[in-house]
Design a protein around this ligand. Structure first.
Ligand SMILES: [Zn+2]
Length: 311
């Protein structure tokens, strides 16, 4: 991964490879200190350099073992692994000479977690890493006397190698987030009718153009403004009873646009409006919202509007 990288799909973090460059100097079930365990020793592009590595997910420091620059981390939430599993990640990193992690410390995905090093029994600068796909923190010895997690997985089943330069990958089945598709859940755009200044709204429905002001391209719509015909007639000087026609198009009474003469007439034309407007003001007494349509402020009953997402 690259420094600062985040990868979140459907609200779940993808567990990313913590290394920018990955040269595996000892793999899973190696002949030496990895007998019977699924850890990797990873160095960077050049041997002997203490490259930084980054948090594969947002995680918390659970335990530290300063004598070997070793830290046990656990994801704050469930994460998505490269084999598609979604579960907690518990993982160990070792040999960081500069180790300054404190128990309880939280590191955001993509922020620096530590540096490759030689602290403890390390042969050459590297990071020893092992990952368990569970919240089980048991750290136990196997038959060869080597410590490991209960639910450890091979690392190609754990991390996504997006933007990791694999120099020596041990022939493993490394995957990127593109290899593990996720059906994105698109949030539904539903009306909550709790409009406020700044709400983005659309007109909900088909409206009848009741009276037309031909010379200025306006119509007085009783449905939308809720003003009775008499009130309208008496107060027609008030601009907010008139709505600009421009953004409205003629349809039939079922909302279909075929077969109209496209000339909006007072009392016999039905109209719709598919534009998005921003609510300028609300009036809770009449449950109305003020919109600016074609440069004109218009009050509309909130029940004829529905809120759309702010994006
Ligand atoms: Zn190791």
């Amino acid at each position: 991964m690259l420094k600062g990288k985040k990868s979140i799909r459907n609200g779940i973090e993808d567990f990313l490879c913590p290394f920018t460059d990955m040269y595996i100097s000892q793999g899973s079930n190696g002949a030496y200190s990895h007998r019977g365990i699924m850890a990797n020793d990873v160095r960077g592009i050049q041997a002997g350099i203490k490259y930084p590595y980054y948090a594969p997910c947002t995680c918390k420091c659970l335990k530290t073992y300063p004598e070997s620059g070793q830290v046990m981390w656990q994801s704050i939430n469930k994460v998505r692994f490269a084999n598609g599993r979604v579960d907690y990640a518990t993982f160990m990193t070792c040999h960081d000479d500069t180790m300054n992690a404190k128990i309880g410390q939280v590191v955001e995905q993509g922020q620096q977690l530590g540096n490759m090093g030689t602290k403890g029994n390390a042969t050459g600068v590297h990071c020893h890493i092992e990952v368990s796909q569970s919240s089980d923190t048991s750290w136990i010895k196997n038959q060869y006397g080597i410590y490991h997690f209960n639910n450890e997985y091979d690392l190609d089943d754990c991390y996504f190698v997006d933007n990791t330069n694999i120099i020596k990958g041990n022939g493993s089945n490394w995957r990127t987030t593109n290899d593990v598709k996720v059906d994105e859940i698109i949030p539904q755009q539903t009306a909550d009718q709790l409009l406020y200044p700044g709400s983005k709204v659309k007109f909900d429905g088909i409206f009848k153009a009741d009276i037309l002001k031909r010379n200025s391209n306006l119509f007085g719509c009783i449905q939308l403004t809720g003003v009775s015909y008499n009130d309208y007639y008496n107060e027609k000087a008030k601009g907010y009873h008139w709505i600009p026609l421009n953004d409205f198009t003629e349809v039939d009474r079922y909302g279909n646009s075929q077969g109209q003469d496209d000339i909006i007439t007072g009392g016999s034309s039905y109209v719709i409006n598919k534009n998005i407007y921003e609510v300028k003001e609300i009036d809770t007494k009449t449950n109305s919202a003020k919109l600016n349509i074609n440069g004109r402020d218009v009050w509309v009953f909130s029940i004829y509007l529905y809120e759309v997402s702010n994006n």
